[in-house]
Design a protein around this ligand. Sequence first.
Ligand SMILES: *[C@@H]1O[C@H](CO)[C@@H](O)[C@H](O)[C@H]1NC(C)=O
Ligand SMILES: *[C@@H]1O[C@H](CO)[C@@H](O)[C@H](O)[C@H]1NC(C)=O
Length: 242
Amino acid sequence: MRLLIWFSFLAISLSHELPSTFQKCPRKGPNFSQCSVKAVENAVRQLTRPIKEVGLPVIDPLEVPSMTIAPGNGPTKFQQNYKNMKVWGYSKGQFSKFDFDFGQKTVTLDVLFPELVFEFEYDFNGTILVLPFQGHGPGVAIFEKIKYFFDFWLEEYTRGGRKYYRVVRNRLVMEPELIKFKFDNLFNGDKELGDKINQVFNDNSKEVFGDVKSSYEEAFGQIFTNIFNRLLARVSIVDLFE
Ligand SMILES: *[C@@H]1O[C@H](CO)[C@@H](O)[C@H](O)[C@H]1NC(C)=O
Ligand SMILES: *[C@@H]1O[C@H](CO)[C@@H](O)[C@H](O)[C@H]1NC(C)=O
């Protein structure tokens, strides 16, 4: 047991290099931002498999064991319980902005995902646009042309004589263009009622998502912050850049 603790301490306390397949950018170069946009996009493309040495998990599909979204204040008066969620499409992000402000210690990222597909088991009970409904079973939500705008606030600290960053605060804003839902087994499989509620979800998808958008932004902002922090805890600042 003691040996195990010692080994895991060693694993995190050693500084790691970025994987050789990751592109590095000259921090003081004239085109740092353009270079970083490409480097981040290229790194994200590789995360269809884990890169254990720098703590990065698979993000396509991204696995979320469970998630609870509180009821909204508008049309969605029901708690959204999800289990075994898998999100497909995060490795296909098209980055348009990567600003690293070394003075303010902030990172700003804009990325467009052509399509994100969320597969899950859901458990809902409440009202949608005043219509009572309930159900549990498999479901899917598809977001087309969805933009994520990230802000990360960093803090610098020293470990073993080396300087590292960690994210201490984040903000995520999501802007989807088109949303489609399909919830199977609503009303214990009553097809007529289930089809009707699915229709209500799809006819009002913008309003439905808008009502709980901030909860999703908080949840996924935290998930991506945790992933970013896993990398930052292993690769010291000087090793992040050329
Ligand atoms: C930097 O970017 C500018 C404008 O995009 C380009 O003209 C220039 O060749 C680039 N310089 C380097 C060193 O890549
Ligand atoms: C849904 O919620 C209502 C009101 O809280 C409750 O009476 C009902 O039993 C619930 N139905 C299911 C299937 O959980």
